[in-house]
Design a protein around this ligand. Structure first.
Ligand SMILES: Cc1cc2nc3c(=O)[nH]c(=O)nc-3n(C[C@H](O)[C@H](O)[C@H](O)COP(=O)(O)OP(=O)(O)OC[C@H]3O[C@@H](n4cnc5c(N)ncnc54)[C@H](O)[C@@H]3O)c2cc1C
Ligand SMILES: NC(=O)c1ccc[n+]([C@@H]2O[C@H](COP(=O)([O-])OP(=O)(O)OC[C@H]3O[C@@H](n4cnc5c(N)ncnc54)[C@H](O)[C@@H]3O)[C@@H](O)[C@H]2O)c1
Length: 490
């Protein structure tokens, strides 16, 4: 039976606070085939950050940028594009259509179609199995799931908050392109946003990162390649620096995605000052744990249950495990199935790699970063594997001479690296860098999650001339490396 929007009732089996990808999925999985009912409490748009202000609009803005860059690197097409630029209004209008003009009608219909109820309002956990929504108390018979997402972090820099800087929502829902921009941070949001801002007409972009490289969670060669590419496009990248002061005499209340006032004077700790039209803060995110009350954290076990509170679950960004949609949905599936199993009195399957076990805790996370070149990663980097105590073997390959790459672009830039556990001979991590490389990562994710031995992967031959051909080259390199190491010395 279809659910209702804002129904006049106050008790459900399951209450989910937050209707983003993680919350929607937890509610769906808790109720399908279980006989349980559930409500999603959402203060803004059902669907959450991802479809309206994050993954979807950012990738909608980047798709034409990637296509243009590839076309400019293809003999036969290059002359047609040489002095051509993107049609900015066309790109922004397409983005607006893809985000349904910020109307969550499709997402609400989908939730109601799954039999879920939706209550619009701001929820807060106010007691055991009790949630208050704008003064009204809702009660859960079985479980409360917190799926409240995250918000951007604002570093404590004098004048920064007061200057009303841009955050990720402004840059994904951008209506005006700032000519001169300072980007604070060198992580994923900063690198992706600098890529589309430059292509859409920002003439001066200065990216300020306090550490010594971009994308610090990735293999160092990945951040270095993105840095080279940003610099080549005209972005200035400054490492080991941060902001010490921001001054913006004129602030205008122009709304999300519009320039928030007059020019901004930014002082860096190097002593340099810059004058820009906007500042984008992309300095990480923080979980919205305030739904539990001030200062409360949400440490969860592998069943997504909050420690010490068997009726309370946390999934998605708010759990702090990773800030990725597909991981939030994965956690939502686990929480939903665990809630349904516990309500039915069924034991949880405790065997390793079962449907109730959170593999994210072992580092089995895939991510694609849509810079130019694209970075696709799964599992652990070499450094992360060593930190976890693995005896690591690695193999790396430059992809510029791979036939598939040479067909795709005149100057294909690419690199790949596998991280292998010497003791068990299974893949721990993989990084692929290059144009159109994103879809390659799922093969690595399957191998990591299934703990496939490298010796078995040897028989999984990639088709020629696709980028998957790289697997055969990598496995050959592992073989060569091992044979050379096992040969007696001279
Ligand atoms: C610019 C950008 C680009 C990104 N690109 C990607 C990408 O390409 N791929 C990827 O995997 N991830 C990407 N991410 C991350 C991704 O957007 C998040 O990981 C994902 O949205 C998290 O889902 P969630 O359900 O945990 O939280 P959210 O999507 O944030 O949803 C949480 C929901 O809870 C609601 N809420 C919060 N508090 C309350 C309350 N008290 N009462 C009621 N409702 C409440 C919010 O309104 C929101 O709708 C990107 C993030 C950003 C910022
Ligand atoms: N394609 C994708 O999968 C995608 C895209 C966008 C965002 N996301 C997710 O969103 C999350 C947030 O992204 P993000 O880029 O905001 O955070 P991040 O943690 O990836 O990067 C933040 C960067 O800002 C730097 N920084 C922080 N404070 C600073 C300061 N005061 N001065 C100078 N530098 C400073 C940090 O050193 C770090 O490099 C990420 O964890 C990512 O998983 C994913």
């Amino acid at each position: 039976m279809a659910g209702s929007l804002n129904p006049d009732r106050s008790e459900w089996d399951v209450i989910v606070i937050g209707g983003g990808p993680a919350g929607e999925t937890a509610a769906q999985y808790a109720t399908r085939f279980s006989g349980l009912d559930a409500v999603i409490v959402e203060r803004e748009l059902v669907g959450g950050e991802c479809p309206f202000w994050a993954c979807v609009p950012s990738k909608a803005l980047l798709a034409p940028v990637h296509l243009l860059a590839t076309g400019r690197d293809l003999g036969g097409i290059r002359p047609l594009l040489a002095d051509r630029h993107l049609d900015v209004d066309g790109v922004l209008n397409r983005r607006d259509a893809i985000v349904d003009h910020f109307d969550d009608g499709r997402q609400v219909e989908r939730a109601l179609g799954w039999g879920l109820d939706v209550v619009r309002g701001r929820g807060r956990v106010t007691g055991e199995k009790a949630v208050t929504v704008d003064g009204r108390t809702l009660r859960a018979r079985q479980a409360v799931v917190v799926a409240a997402g995250s918000r951007p972090h604002t570093p404590e820099v004098p004048g920064l908050r007061e200057a009303r800087p841009w955050y990720s929502r402004d840059v994904t829902a951008m209506h005006e392109v700032p000519r001169r921009l300072l980007v604070l941070g060198g992580g994923v949001v900063a690198c992706e946003a600098a890529t589309w801002l430059r292509a859409l007409g920002a003439v001066q972009i200065t990216l300020v990162e306090r550490s010594t490289r971009l994308l610090t969670d990735q293999e160092p060669f990945a951040g270095a390649a993105v840095g080279d590419s940003l610099r080549a496009s005209g972005v200035e990248v400054r490492f080991g620096q941060t902001l010490t002061r921001i001054e913006r005499p004129t602030i205008n209340d122009t709304g999300v995605g519009r320039i928030h006032g007059g020019p901004v004077t930014v002082t860096l700790d190097s002593g340099a000052t810059l004058r820009v039209d906007e500042v984008l803060v992309a300095a990480g995110r923080r979980p919205n744990t305030e739904v539990l009350g001030p200062g409360e954290g949400l440490p969860v076990d592998e069943h997504m249950t909050v420690e010490g509170m068997p009726w309370l679950y946390a999934v998605g960004d708010v759990s702090g495990a990773s800030y990725l949609t597909h991981i939030g949905k994965y956690q939502g599936r686990i929480a939903g199935e665990v809630i349904a199993a516990r309500a039915a009195g069924r034991p949880l399957d405790e065997a390793p790699f079962n449907r109730h076990t959170d593999l994210v805790r072992r580092g089995a996370v895939a991510q694609v970063i849509f810079t130019d070149p694209v970075i696709a990663t799964s599992g652990l980097t070499e450094a992360a594997a060593r930190r976890r105590g693995y005896d690591v073997e690695t193999v790396e390959m430059d992809l510029s001479q791979l036939d598939a790459g040479r067909v795709l672009r005149d100057h294909y830039r690419g690199r790949t690296k596998l991280v292998i556990d010497r003791r068990t001979d299974v893949l721990l991590g993989a990084t692929f860098l290059g144009t159109e490389i994103a879809e390659l990562i799922h093969a690595a994710t399957v191998a990591i999650c299934a703990a496939t031995p490298i010796s078995a992967m040897w028989h999984a031959i990639g088709s020629f001339p696709t980028l998957s051909d790289v697997w055969s080259h990598l496995l050959e390199s592992v073989d060569t490396q091992r044979m050379a190491a096992s040969r007696p010395g001279p």
